[in-house]
Design a protein around this ligand. Structure first.
Ligand SMILES: Cc1cc2nc3c(=O)[nH]c(=O)nc-3n(C[C@H](O)[C@H](O)[C@H](O)COP(=O)(O)OP(=O)(O)OC[C@H]3O[C@@H](n4cnc5c(N)ncnc54)[C@H](O)[C@@H]3O)c2cc1C
Length: 476
């Protein structure tokens, strides 16, 4: 029997798993897809929000600010990129400056450091590519950018290295409560645990409603994006928001930690919890709204578009608690934005609740740091050269856009919780994430996966087991 079963391998589940792996306990994560980072955590703006937007007194506000503060140590320990590039909220009408003041006050109430209002002249100096229509802005120095994929993988890998088990392709279908345990029914048989954590993203309401009479209802709130080529990655240095106007909520223009430019997201309530399509209307809206921020929209530099689903709970706040009428069942529910930023704090809060409930004792051999993958584009030329001397596959470029070598792809396949699909490798080492979006390197990456895992090329999938790439051979 497990002490704790965590449902979901997104930021929430993985951060909770890592925090709980500090204790002597038998823990497992049940994830219905093939990999970590397949839900909302793979498609968002990847910002460490400052925390000025959340309503004071809410759990969102508290965990956002706490999570943001935890990011420096966490990203250093886990060896992943993070940059405090700062954020701006643009105001387009002198009459709206009091709204900027309000945001600043709200942020100060939430405990956000480094907030100031800057005038048009200061704004121009900071961001010369912003339209002349912006008359002032709120500057938040503590806001940052992060790699959404590596944060999720790093949390999960570190939990795994500290003893947490992971079961993929394991979809939770129901629960039975026995006296001292929960029986968790899945498509792969039953699992038993003293405590269950529901971190199932947009599906967390459905799992919660199976065990509690107090119902939750999550609406998927879709956000669509354009991702732009690195050529225009330095259009802005900071993350630039727009103050909401009578024409609706604004959009964000931000650099990414990998040097691209990201523009979006929209906010549309939809019914389909798998509805991650992009639409003409959504993408048109982004182009239209981005004109308020940028002097010109870099049309020719779009390399892809994508969308993600916020798990909007009708109570409009994060829920991180033991369910009142289902003892030993814990929810991390309604984890919409700023769920990425808050995830370290969500992990800590949930782990403390469970530690107290199960009387868990700290381990003396918790491994706090993670070496991570040998990523050559984060190395100095000397470090790269030294690596090539040990293993020449680190000189063989497979992905030409992102300059990713064979050595990196092989290392990612054999890493803890290693990638086995084309998308899994794209998210781990960026092979296929560049300008051509895998047009050139996909066949090569398929060959490497097939060779390293000793499976036929026809069995290499794009992401899940229904996503065949090679359907058959035309020649033998
Ligand atoms: C458009 C958009 C922009 C955003 N921007 C930001 C941002 O810039 N900064 C920020 O802080 N936050 C942002 N967020 C929020 C952030 O991405 C989410 O809060 C976070 O990813 C939620 O993580 P999660 O682990 O709770 O959910 P998920 O990542 O969805 O993980 C849930 C997991 O549970 C699994 N699962 C579901 N049902 C079952 C089942 N029955 N059995 C087993 N497994 C199951 C799923 O497959 C999934 O892997 C944004 C979100 C969106 C959509």
């Amino acid at each position: 029997m497990y002490d704790v079963l965590i449902i979901g391998g997104g930021f929430s589940g993985s951060a909770i798993a890592r925090e709980l792996s500090k204790y002597n306990a038998k823990i497992a994560v049940l994830e219905k897809t093939e990999d970590i980072c397949e839900g909302t955590s793979k498609a968002n703006t990847a910002l460490a929000h400052g925390g000025f937007d959340a309503k004071p007194g809410t759990l969102k506000a508290k965990l956002n600010v706490q999570g943001n503060k935890m990011m420096d140590k966490l990203t250093k320990d886990l060896n992943i990129p993070f940059e405090r590039n700062g954020a701006l909220v643009l105001c387009f009408d002198e009459k709206d400056i009091p709204k900027l003041e309000e945001l600043k006050e709200r942020g100060e109430k939430n405990g956000v450091p480094g907030l100031s209002i800057i005038n048009q002249e200061e704004l121009r100096k900071l961001e010369p590519n912003i339209t002349d229509d912006a008359v002032a802005a709120l500057l938040c120095e503590s806001a940052g950018i992060i790699c959404t994929f590596t944060l999720n993988f790093a949390l999960a890998e570190n939990a795994y290295e500290n003893g947490v088990e992971f079961f993929f392709n394991t979809a939770v279908e129901g629960f039975t409560k026995k006296e001292d345990r929960w029986i968790v029914h899945t498509n792969n048989g039953d699992y038993e645990a003293k405590a269950v954590v529901n971190a199932a993203g947009v599906y967390a309401d459905e799992l919660h409603n199976m065990v509690s009479s107090k119902k939750h209802s999550i609406t998927p709130r879709r956000g669509q994006y354009f991702l732009m080529d690195k050529q225009v990655g330095d259009t802005v240095k900071r993350t630039v928001f727009q103050l909401p106007t009578k024409f609706g909520k604004g959009i964000v223009v931000t650099p990414t930690v990998d040097g691209n430019l990201l523009i979006g997201p929209t906010a549309e309530d939809i019914e389909d919890k798998e509805g991650v399509d992009t639409t003409k209307e959504g993408l048109d809206e982004i182009m239209e709204k981005s004109k308020m921020t940028l002097k010109s929209f870099p049309y020719g530099s779009v390399i892809t578009s994508f969308s993600g689903l916020r798990a909007h709970d009708e109570e409009d706040d994060f829920v991180v608690e033991e369910v009142e009428d289902a003892e030993y069942f814990f929810d991390a529910l309604g984890i919409e934005s700023p769920g990425l930023t808050s995830s370290p704090a969500i992990g800590l809060m949930m782990a403390n609740l469970i530690r107290d409930k199960l009387n868990l004792q700290e381990k003396d051999n918790f491994k706090e740091t993670r070496e991570g993958l040998p990523l050559t584009n984060r190395m100095t030329p000397e470090e790269h050269k030294a690596l090539i001397e040990k293993d020449s596959s680190f000189s063989k470029i497979i992905c030409r856009c992102e300059m990713i070598t064979e050595g990196e792809i092989v290392a990612a396949i054999h890493s803890p919780l290693g990638g086995k699909t084309l998308d899994g490798l794209k998210r781990r080492v960026r092979a296929g994430a560049g300008r051509c979006q895998g047009g050139f390197c996909s066949p090569k990456v398929i060959e490497i996966i097939s060779r390293e895992l000793n499976i036929p090329q026809e069995e290499v999938m794009k992401n899940n087991s229904n996503s065949k790439i090679i359907l058959g051979r035309t020649k033998e």
